[in-house]
Design a protein around this ligand. Sequence first.
Ligand code: GLP
Length: 259
Amino acid sequence: MRVVILPNEKEASSFAAEFIENFIAQKENLVLGLATGSSVLLTYEELIKKHASNGLSFKKVTTFNLDEYIGLKPGHSQSYRHYMNHKLFNHIDIDKKNTYIPECFNEDYELCCANYESKIKSTGGIDLQVLGIGANGHIGFNEPTSSLRSRTRVKTLTENTIKNNARFFNDNELQPSIAVTMGIGTIMDAESILLIGLGKHKSKSVADLIEGPISSFCPGSVLQNHQNVVIVLDSLAASDLKLYDYYIHTEKMYLEFMG
Ligand code: GLP
């Protein structure tokens, strides 16, 4: 696990955007896993800037989002499809036909989830999965005690997650309490993983993820078992790490070593 701690969210997000840019440059037809929420917003803004200013192209990129609410009508302003279009896809040159979100509308949910898994497999699998982390340690919508080998499926959200995401919904708007999410096993199949953690409210789940025992109680802790993970944090999100100074030191050594 490479832990990169940067002074603030702007620098952490610039690092994340550059990291994604390098993957796009290195692999033709990159398959990119994407997240929603606030942690990735500045990173998406940076990617849009890179597209506009230095021609970073997404023409050959295919994307798979982690999750989507159940119960919102297509095009609903709080759907993750709407979020992705407005926060990223509408501003870059990606072919929207190559952007997948686990949207299931009044259908056989099991089949819909199985189809999502098959679609990921048929593209050759995810090369780089971008993740945020919930204050309760969730990745995607895999809430605490999710099976560490789970696949894409319907999950009931915890009260805590519903409360944390209420800020995105208006008072009179229906806020779904169930969602479809890639499973933890699905996420773990990605070749590489980049997790972005920002803000003091993430410091405990970040510490549990990096330094705690591997436990379904903190679903993100399973990443300790992945061979290729980079965690980029601002100093607030990193503030509960016991080995804080060590991570700063190892990153300095890593950069020196890599020239
Ligand atoms: C949300 C999303 C995740 C996201 C995480 C953190 O509920 N389902 O994809 O990464 O929880 O959200 P945020 O970045 O807004 O804190």
